[in-house]
Write a protein that binds this ligand. Structure first.
Ligand code: HEC
Length: 500
């Protein structure tokens, strides 16, 4: 049998170093697991409806008469100017809305609105304020000329290579060439900035719609010895369904050969959703970690019998490590390392300690940066700082015992995507710090870490394109895969500014 973990419905078993572990019970149509699961799903759908109406509609109904249709103010103050007479943190806003301001004439809404509705209104107010505060957030500028200053480094931005169609990730071959994935399904080889005219042949077909396509390209830590190149992608199933899949293979000339499956799911479990594939891969030096998003079904992230909304951990050949947290949990997928995630698209390892960091997209608001602990639950969708895209609340809870808090969260969303722990020498002031790129808000952020927490944060720049990947090059410089809104994509390099 091939070593890779092929999660087949028929067998319902996968191999972990000789011992077999049963974990998927989907094959029995009315098994206990699926019935429990069905009730959990119904419960959740019910809770969502019960949670209330959409925040924009509520605002028009209950608040616009005084605060203006666009929150610009009228009878009462503007909610867009970021000036808060009664406190601007979440707890103060909640208190104002719940208890009102009897002296000023703001009614109390604590008895007419649910906790979740109040929570969604707060998200809505913050989101509206940010939109107004950043009129340029849609456009992005070409790379800046000349030295750019930031707190801990002066740098320049250089174009490495352009002409990509949604460049998703970058990897560096030891011979100096660079591999770049394009989401529509091409693996490109770049030499001295020039993109080879033909993409690598033999790449499997990908489901290239919505958020789906070809995702990460990653080299094995021992690539020099074994030549393994890993790819993650949306694998097309029947009738417009798809699912995150991982393979590895070797480059021979311009062909991708010796292909092996590292992770896949049975076709029957593929979904029609075009959202939340996760798809990020990272090695901690020994084990392969990867992310799978919830794939359009809210609630799966809390169940251990499915791969959705999880970070997984496997041996390089796809076997499940014996010391994974749920290998002995009946019914659990043994590859799971942590759960309760929505759509994780960023993973980074701190080489010296093996610490794992993750980013995930919230719905509307509630983007997160997480410090990942073995077996821990990160709460989605039971706790979140965001709301549904249609403005209805997801949950009234932002914290719960037994569920991890994000290290940092963003409401409104910036669309947190790649992260990199920088260890290079090109930027001494940036060494051993975490960098984060965002899609929608096109931000490039720097964090100084301290024992699983952030001790300092800087926005290095904004509006240079949607940041899809951040990698450290062999030259110690930082490379970015940038998708330019409105078309085009490029790889740029951040280099230290050398004084003449
Ligand atoms: C009858 C008019 C009225 C309605 C309706 C009303 N408010 Fe107010 N609101 C006020 C007044 C007056 C203030 C005090 C403004 C000031 O500080 O001068 C206020 C203050 C606030 C503040 C605090 C602003 C600050 O500067 O700290 C928030 C937040 C707020 N309202 C939210 C809401 C929301 C959300 C709704 C709808 C659920 C709402 N309000 C409905 C009149 C109203």
């Amino acid at each position: 049998m091939h070593l890779a973990s092929t999660y087949a419905l028929s067998s319902c078993r996968i191999r972990t170093r000789g011992q077999e572990v049963a974990f998927l019970r989907m094959a029995a149509p009315y098994s206990l697991t699926s019935i429990v699961f069905l009730f959990a799903t119904i419960g959740l759908a019910h809770a969502q409806q019960g949670n209330g109406r959409s925040a924009p509609a509520l605002f028009q109904d209950r608040c616009a008469g005084c605060h203006g249709q666009n929150l610009e103010g009228g009878k009462a103050s503007s909610l867009l100017d970021q000036k808060w007479a009664h406190g601007g943190d979440d707890a103060s806003l909640e208190n104002t809305i719940r208890n009102g301001l009897p002296v000023s004439g703001m009614p109390a809404f604590g008895t007419v609105l649910s906790d979740a509705e109040i929570r969604a209104l707060i998200v809505f107010i913050r989101e509206s304020a940010t939109r107004v505060g950043n009129p340029e957030m849609r456009g992005s500028h070409p790379l800046p000329d000349g030295p750019q200053s930031s707190e801990a480094a002066t740098y320049r931005m250089e174009l490495v290579s352009s002409g990509f169609d949604v460049p998703w990730s970058i990897a560096f071959l030891p011979d100096g060439r660079m591999l770049v994935t394009e989401r529509p399904g091409r693996l490109r080889v770049v030499k001295d900035g020039a993109v080879a005219p033909e993409p690598v042949s033999g790449i499997p077909d990908v489901w290239a719609h919505d958020e789906g396509g070809l995702f990460t390209v990653l080299l094995h830590p021992d690539y020099a010895k074994n030549g393994w190149v890993y790819l993650s992608f949306a694998d097309p199933g029947e009738k417009n369904t798809s699912m995150t899949k991982i393979i590895r293979g070797r480059l021979r000339g311009n062909a991708f050969v010796d292909q092996e499956t590292i992770f896949n799911m049975p076709r029957e479990s593929y979904r029609e959703s075009g959202m939340s594939f996760g798809g990020r891969l990272v090695f901690d030096g020994r084990y392969l970690f990867f992310s799978v998003g919830e794939r359009g079904k809210v609630g799966d992230a809390q169940q251990l019998d499915n791969p959705y909304g999880k970070i997984h951990r496997l041996h390089d050949d796809g076997r499940v490590p014996d010391d994974n947290p749920f290998v002995h949990t009946p019914g659990a997928m043994p590859s799971i390392w942590s759960f309760g995630h929505r759509n994780p698209q960023g993973l980074a390892v701190v080489p010296e300690t093996g610490e794992l960091w993750e980013t995930e997209h919230g719905p509307r608001g509630g983007d997160e940066l997480n410090f990942i602990r073995r077996g821990a639950n990160y709460g989605w969708p039971v706790i979140t700082h965001g709301m549904n895209y249609d403005g209805t609340p997801v949950s009234s809870l932002t914290a719960k015992v037994g569920m991890e808090q994000p290290v940092r969260h963003w409401t409104p969303s910036i669309a947190t995507c790649p992260i990199l722990f920088y260890t290079g020498d090109a930027f001494p002031g940036w060494k051993n710090q975490l960098f984060l790129g965002s899609l929608a808000q096109q931000e490039f952020l720097r964090f100084t870490l301290d024992g699983g927490k952030i001790s300092h944060e800087e926005r290095v720049f904004k509006n240079r394109g949607r940041v899809r990947d951040i990698q450290q090059g062999p030259d110690g410089c930082i490379y970015l895969a940038l998708e330019i809104p409105g078309g085009g994509g490029l790889v740029a390099r951040i280099v230290p500014d050398r004084k003449p």
